[in-house]
Design a binder for this molecule. Structure first.
Ligand code: SF4
Ligand code: SF4
Ligand code: FES
Length: 245
């Protein structure tokens, strides 16, 4: 007998619905050639065979970060989340306005990444820059470079307000990692530490929630802690903020 997934999908069309509501769909659990059925494949099965639902995706291979959502209450990439038969919930990523169903408007987080301005800042001619140190790249920068801008870390950070009101004061974990990438790049000459402080570095209390959901396994908390320590050593810590060393 076929095994069944019951997908409880949070539906919401702001142009017609007063409030979000759950709709249940039954989907047959079917293994793909790699032996799994992903959450994204479950959504495809609903969308193509039963009823159109709103969800976002592109690469289907964990690269673009567009399929992030809450799956069984945890922020994750749908294309990277294997499903088992049984009940599963699908909800939009919190802290962002819902466009439709599982699609959210992430503009307020993308803006923080743009503000991070990660193009290299140097007075040397670019053509004269030495290659990045091999060990620095493979031990640290390569991992930071893997950020998918999935915004899962934003959805769980308790220091970012749900309606986005304080996001100008605190750039959030993802954009802080973008700043850290240039802070740790020995050829970048901008004062990235001061930039991080102005971007709310000390608002982070190192709770660790962002680390738990990052699909790129970036050591966000460790990097923030190191920058907080370095900023404190330089006397950049804003008065009245807690020390985490
Ligand atoms: S460790 Fe800092 S950035 Fe990460 S979720 Fe907690 S407060 Fe936010
Ligand atoms: S730091 Fe991790 S969780 Fe945050 S946006 Fe980048 S990949 Fe996603
Ligand atoms: S579709 Fe690109 S990360 Fe999932």
């Amino acid at each position: 007998m076929a095994e069944i997934i019951t997908a409880k999908v949070l539906r919401y069309d702001p142009s017609t619905d007063d409030a979000p509501w759950f709709q249940d769909f039954q989907v047959e659990w079917v293994e793909d050639p790699s032996g799994i059925m992903t959450a994204l494949q479950v959504l495809h099965a609903i969308n193509y065979d039963q009823e159109q639902i709103g969800y976002d995706y592109c690469c289907r291979s964990g690269l673009c970060g567009r399929c992030s959502m809450l799956i069984d209450g945890k922020a994750a990439l749908a294309c990277w989340t294997p499903m088992t038969p049984g009940d599963h919930t699908f909800e939009p990523l919190p802290k962002f306005p819902v466009v439709k169903d599982l699609i959210v408007d992430r503009s307020r987080a993308y803006e923080r990444f743009i503000e991070a301005n990660t193009s290299i800042q140097t007075v040397n001619p670019i053509v004269n820059l030495p290659d990045i140190d091999y060990n620095l790249y493979w031990n640290t920068l390569e991992r930071l470079n893997m950020c998918r801008e999935c915004m899962c870390c934003y959805s769980v950070c308790p220091k970012l307000q749900d309606k986005g009101s304080n996001w100008k004061d605190f750039s959030g974990p993802g954009a802080l990692m973008a700043i850290a990438q240039r802070y740790l790049d020995t050829e970048d000459e901008a004062d990235r530490l001061a930039q991080a402080v102005y971007s709310g570095l000390f608002i982070c209390d190192q709770c660790g929630e962002c680390n738990k959901v990052c699909p790129s396994y970036i050591a966000i908390v460790d990097i923030i802690a190191q920058m907080q320590e370095d900023a404190t050593t330089r006397g950049l810590q804003p008065s009245g903020t807690a020390e985490f060393m």
